[in-house]
Design a binder for this molecule. Sequence first.
Ligand code: FES
Length: 250
Amino acid sequence: MNLTLKVWRQNGPQDKGRIETYPAAGIPEHCSFLEMLDIVNEKIINDGGEPIHFDHDCREGICGMCSLTINGVPHGQERGTTTCQVHMRKFRDGDTIWIEPFRAHAFPVIRDLIVDRNAFDRIVAAGGYIDVRTGSAVDANAIPIKKDDAESAFDAAACIGCGACVAACPNASAMLFVSAKVSHLAHLPQGQPEREKRALAMVRQMDSEGFGNCTNHYECEAACPKEISVDHIALLNRDYSKAVLAEQFV
Ligand code: FES
C-alpha cells in the first residue's frame, strides 16, 4: 500500500507544533498501524531526519500506552480497538491519514504524538485503591458476590487508562475513566468502607487537574477501546452526591 501521512510534529511542550507530510510507501496491508509508523520512521532515520515520536508498550491492547488520534478519532474509527490493534488492511491504497496526539488541556504534549497522562495517575493516587488491610488471599467462594455485581466490576476494571475518553469528549472530561475506577471497587465488598470518600477524592482531583465536566455527549463510550459504558458515570454521580451531602452533615 502507498499512503500519505499528515503527522503532528511538536518539538516540546512550548513549541507551537505543525502538521508535516510523509509518504508511507510499500506498507504491507497486514502490518499494524504502529508497525506502519516504524517503517516510516526507519526511512526518516535513514534520510537523516528526526523520527516521529509516539507512545507504545505492549502493542496488544492491554497497557493503554498507545494514544493516537487517527483521522480525528482517538484510536481510529474501529470500535473497541486500541491504536496498536488497528491494522493497515482497514485503509485503502492511496489514502491520506491524519495522525495527531490525544488533545486535552490536562494532557500536555511532551513531543510529537506523546502526551503527558500523569494526571490519571494522580487521580488514582487520590483514592482509586483499597486502604484496609486485606491479609492474604481468601478462598474465592468465601465472599459471595452477586453475578451482576461481579460482571459490572469486571467490565469497569477493563479500563486501561489510555485517555481516549478524554480526547473524544468535547469537554475533555475524565468522567468515564474516573467512573470506571470508582465503579470497579464500588461493586465489590472490599470497596465499600471507603466508597464515598473515594468518589469525593477522585472527582476533586479530576477537577483540580483541569478536566472538563460531563454533559452527556457519550463520545467517551464510543471511543473507549474497552467499550466501557457511561452507566458507570451514573454510579459515580450518585456516590459523589451522597458523599457531598454526608460531608455537610458531619
Ligand atoms: S501499546 Fe499497549 S494498548 Fe496499545
